[in-house]
Design a binder for this molecule. Structure first.
Ligand SMILES: Nc1ncnc2c1ncn2[C@@H]1O[C@H](COP(=O)(O)OP(=O)(O)OP(=O)(O)O)[C@@H](O)[C@H]1O
Ligand SMILES: [Mg+2]
Length: 120
């Protein structure tokens, strides 16, 4: 089966990320000290590795891709009910075999727009 190039070449380890030294060094230190934050907001131009870094962190935490990592396209799941669904799914954390669970809200700036509009 054909695989898109961005999937084929997506870095899978921190050492494979080109550049982003500050982010990589911070995350490496925090993983070593078991001192990761509850949430990270990655911003930057297109294609610099934001989604890749989020997935690498989840993997480094020992998360199982099927059970422990939930990736949400916040650009298309930006309705209040979508967020309610996500909140409800967090309650199932006890049934997950992993110690940690990671939610990746891709394109989260679209969600911020919704929140900004709601609070106007
Ligand atoms: N820092 C990097 N080191 C190595 N490869 C990278 C890096 N950044 C991006 N790439 C390559 O570009 C592809 C897209 O990267 P990624 O999806 O992580 O970028 P992004 O910052 O999330 O982009 P977007 O803003 O469009 O969501 C990856 O599959 C990978 O092949
Ligand atoms: Mg991305």
């Amino acid at each position: 089966m054909q695989q898109a190039l961005y999937r084929k070449y997506r870095p899978e380890k921190l050492s494979q990320l080109v550049g982003q030294e500050e982010a990589v060094s911070l995350i490496t230190q925090q993983i070593k000290k078991d001192n990761l934050g509850h949430a990270y907001l990655f911003s930057g131009p297109r294609g610099v590795g934001k989604t890749s870094l989020a997935r690498i962190i989840a993997t480094q935490l020992g998360c199982d891709p099927t059970f422990d990592i939930t990736e949400i396209d916040a650009a298309s799941n930006n309705k209040v009910d979508d967020i309610r669904d996500m909140n409800e799914s967090v309650n199932f954390i006890a049934s997950s075999p992993g110690q940690k669970r990671v939610y990746i809200l891709d394109e989260v700036h679209k969600l911020f727009l919704l929140i900004a509009l709601l609070y106007q």
